[in-house]
Design a protein around this ligand. Sequence first.
Ligand code: FAD
Length: 305
Amino acid sequence: MKRKINIRGSLREQEPLKNHTSFRIGGKADLFAEPLDEVDLLNLLYDLKEMEIPWFILGGGANILIADKGIRGMVISMARLDSVVLKGKILKLGAGLPVSDGAAYAADKSLKGLEFIYSMPGSVGGALWMNARCYGGEIAESLKGGEIINEKLEREYIPFKKEDWAYKKSPFQNRNCIILSAEFDLREGNPSDLWSLMREIRKDREDKGHFRAPCGGSTFKNNRAFGAPSGQIIEETGLKGLRLGGAAISDWHGNILINEKNATADELDKLIRLVQKKVLERTGFLLEPELIRVGDWEDNDAESD
Ligand SMILES: Cc1cc2nc3c(=O)[nH]c(=O)nc-3n(C[C@H](O)[C@H](O)[C@H](O)COP(=O)(O)OP(=O)(O)OC[C@H]3O[C@@H](n4cnc5c(N)ncnc54)[C@H](O)[C@@H]3O)c2cc1C
């Protein structure tokens, strides 16, 4: 008989994952846990290892497309690991903290270096994992290092090394690890200057329609070799507004695919492939999805991440 999973935080069965993603799409998780802190998380991981239950780490759910059939095993939400510790100019943020809240906190403390990421959806852990970038900044730029739980379920500090980071690439993607926290080495700044820039950034996102419909931000990576951003290529190919079931290329941005009318993951996935096919036919460029496809897909061999 299976032994019981012990956790101080919450544990639920058959959790609808659409409630945890920016697309508002995704089937159910067999099991869904929200550990309270690092000790709770570690105990949970020991239990899962012993019971041979696979797990997936969920940050803010802002860059993933979860299958309609959901995720087998345990989904671990990092939401409660949202600590904030400031020592001098070193800001240590828990992986589950919304990264935008980290930028706001830094600005309030007269610290510069994270303002570019204000109003971007997602968690600190997800931003590190994805090496999130926007408005001329990249999360790796002010990073001093990150603490992880490694493959042996031990804590490990990964100091920042420039060569480990590239466009949309972080050292965490090559490992089966969990990011616990990130340390940023920030500079002195003026809070009112920082806030006026941050408000501008948020307004620009609003004007560009980032929050107009459920989406995952940019669907495709940009590729310099293609000579133009993916959104422009899609628009120039005449695909803007293309629809498939409840999924659509937004009318306002070629690279923002949206859940317009209760789209299924399957519809969104088919639309992504259709855009890839049509752009390839018309331009010769193969767009690479930025979204990570996770869970129980019919064709798991053809994962696009
Ligand atoms: C409206 C909108 C605008 C966006 N704009 C931008 C933008 O300008 N620039 C940009 O780069 N992105 C953008 N994105 C995409 C998204 O916000 C980022 O990729 C973000 O960093 C994802 O973080 P997350 O916490 O939501 O990660 P999730 O989507 O939850 O997860 C992404 C991956 O990271 C892994 N992961 C998450 N947390 C951890 C952890 N603690 N330990 C180990 N692995 C972890 C997950 O397992 C998964 O593989 C946008 C998204 C939306 C919806």
